[in-house]
Design a protein around this ligand. Structure first.
Ligand code: ADP
Ligand code: MG
Length: 614
């Protein structure tokens, strides 16, 4: 048999390598803009079309390339930035692997126009799928322009893998922020088709932060940012941290080292520690922190698209960082004043104190006689207020001849035989309910004692309700008197727009007032006193982390978030009737044993178990 191993053609090898480096339009943008920065540009213009699918153009006024370099630039492992292995340990440029342009050219159609200031003529190179189609001398501005068209034109699987335009755009913006926030002496413009998204002048860091994130809320950034500044032999730390009262669920947090964005969960903890006791556990401070270290003491060579960076002196820098943030917070007289240690206490949404938890309202029936059980009629509850509008059939309990609930509807609601058995058993012998610790409902059933977590039970009930509202496209909304203002960053707004249809179906209503701001005009009927803005930001947070399946996956996230915020709380006292009704509603849910996120709603203590104890 003949030998079977051969070298892959360049086009294939580059395409494989591209799989690592170029995952989506945002990766192309990142690589091109980083190259422009490395070329010393002071002005970088970016244009995208169709979220970068059909066009990404980056024009810089940097040093340009010679004719030969323009051609060489597309070779794999071709770079002007390092020469030998030693250089790997003193990297000051953004790029150094020499892979990006080769990768982009393997999976897109690329036009490069470039001229060095000292040359009279520039050069045009056209290349697609690693094949050079054209190379000629042209007249052009000094600097470099890359046009990348039809990304993944030759890799349909990759193309299909791309997400909706809004999600791809939010990735693009995320990359853009990471570069623009650290290269503040560079002017940037970003156009999405004809629309100007950003026009950023060269400035200092604080102004850049405001220009990027503060469009609608300039004052806020002015007020909230505290300077941090520390110089030691190991590290120089500078930048800004947000005042504790501006901490939010979806905080804006950036670390940079030697001019490069990085993620560093360990250092993140150091920052949080400095805020200990000043902010709630569910919130996080805004920060923009810049580290300068000797390049020899970090390893940025982990992976082309990874942003984690290893530090040689991690422990020491951790302490310096935490102390430095603490010092800034201290300087501005911010003393911990609130104790948020809620260990063992009840579960309240932010901004809510025990006093203003209002009990569910009932329309009390004055004729109600708890002892006349044969003629007993269930008092009429204010259903809308408590649980929202249910189907008429289920709502008719008040007209039932006696305390027997509508068994049929309950049984039809449950799935298998054993569940049905359990329902019947529960209903048949239920008499009196008892509330334990204002948290659990205890009720007697044939086989023993049933214990139900009231908060979780209500979550299940509301969740099922919201899902059915989304499916039936009907919502029960309650208009608010003083609409709150929701201000979002550009990228958050993109994700938010995707959530809008589902948010309408659970009962939210918004008025768009431009500049990524919205008035919250209506809220779900059952929302209670939960903070609307907090709730929306939490959902955005969740949506961002599940951005991969935003299109399908958000129904449940939204329904669950709103259900959790609206459900009866632990600590809320219930009347016997309210307990009965909660139980009825719960058993009308097909899956009444667990919450949508898998937490146990109820448990049974059997007679045998109880007997054994005596
Ligand atoms: P790397 O950035 O890792 O060196 P790239 O594939 O991104 O690898 O780029 C290859 C080379 O092309 C760079 O080293 C640089 O010399 C040149 N180059 C790329 N973009 C530009 C630009 N905008 N201006 C000047 N030179 C550039
Ligand atoms: Mg590069």
């Amino acid at each position: 048999m003949s030998d079977i191993i051969h070298l892959l053609p360049d086009s294939v090898a580059n395409q494989i390598a591209a799989g690592e480096v170029i995952q989506r339009p945002a990766s192309v943008l990142k690589e091109l803009v980083e190259n422009a920065i490395d070329a010393g540009a002071s002005h970088i213009q970016i244009l995208i079309k169709d979220a970068g699918r059909t066009l990404i153009q980056v024009v810089d006024n940097g040093k340009g390339m010679s004719e030969t370099d323009a051609r060489m630039a597309f070779e794999r492992h071709a770079t002007s930035k390092i020469k030998n292995a030693d250089d790997l340990f003193s990297i000051r440029t953004m790029g150094f692997r020499g892979e990006a342009l080769a990768s982009i050219a393997a999976v897109a159609q690329v036009e490069l126009r470039t001229r060095r200031a000292e040359d009279e003529l520039g050069v045009l190179v056209e290349i697609a799928g690693t094949r050079v189609f054209q190379q000629e001398m042209i007249q052009c501005d000094a600097g470099t322009s890359f046009v990348v068209k039809n990304l993944f034109f030759n890799v349909p699987a990759r193309r299909r893998f791309l997400k909706s335009d809004n999600v791809e755009k939010s990735h693009i913006l995320a990359e853009f922020y990471r570069i623009a926030l650290v290269n503040t002496e560079v002017a940037f413009s970003l156009f999405d088709g004809d629309e100007e998204v950003f026009q950023l002048q060269a400035s200092n860091i604080k102004m850049r932060i405001e220009n990027i994130f503060g469009k609608n809320a300039k004052k806020r950034w002015q007020q909230q940012l505290l300077t941090i500044e520390t110089s030691t032999g190991l590290v120089n730390i500078s930048g800004y941290v947000g005042k504790p009262e501006y901490a939010q669920k979806s905080a804006v947090q950036y670390f940079f080292v030697n001019g490069r964005y990085m993620r560093h969960p360990y250092f993140h903890k150091a920052v949080l520690l400095a805020y200990n006791q000043m902010i709630q556990a569910t919130e996080s401070p805004n920060y923009f922190i810049y580290f300068e270290v000797d390049p020899q003491t970090i390893d940025i060579n982990i992976h082309p698209t990874k942003t984690e960076i290893k530090f040689e002196n991690e422990q020491a820098i951790w302490s310096i960082l935490s102390a430095s943030v603490k010092e800034s917070l201290g300087k501005f007289n911010i003393v911990p004043s609130i104790d948020f240690d809620q260990e063992g206490s009840i579960d309240l949404p932010t901004g809510m104190s025990v006093e203003n938890v209002r009990p569910p309202q009932t329309n009390f029936n004055p004729n109600y006689n708890p002892f006349g059980s044969t003629t007993y009629k269930r008092p009429v509850l204010d259903w809308e207020n408590l649980y929202g509008d249910f189907e008429k059939k289920e709502k008719n309990i008040e007209s039932a001849p006696d305390c027997q609930p509508d068994l049929d509807s309950l049984i039809n609601g449950s799935k298998n035989a054993s569940e049905q058995q359990q329902v019947i058993e529960t209903i048949e012998s239920r008499a009196e309910n008892f509330q334990f610790k204002n948290r659990f409902i205890l009720t007697s059933i044939k086989s023993g004692m049933l214990m139900i977590d009231q908060h979780r039970a209500h979550i299940r009930i509301l969740f099922d309700l919201f899902i059915s509202q989304m499916e039936n496209r009907k919502a029960l909304s309650q208009q608010v008197l003083f609409p709150e203002l929701l201000e979002l960053s550009t990228d958050d707004a993109l994700i938010f727009e995707q959530l809008l249809p589902d948010l309408y179906h659970v009962g939210f209503d918004f008025e768009t007032i431009g500049n990524h701001s919205y008035h919250v005009k209506g809220v779900p009927d059952q929302l209670g006193t939960a903070s609307v803005i907090d709730l929306l930001l939490t959902m955005l947070d969740k949506a961002r982390t599940t951005a991969e399946d935003l299109k399908e996956g958000m129904h449940t996230t939204i329904a669950l978030s709103v259900a959790e915020a609206s459900a009866l709380k632990s600590g809320q006292r219930l009347s016997n009737e309210e307990m009965s009704d909660l139980i009825d509603r719960l058993f009308a849910c097909a899956n009444h044993n667990v919450t949508p996120d898998g937490k146990k709603i109820m448990t049974i203590f059997t007679h045998e178990e109880i007997e054994k104890r005596f």
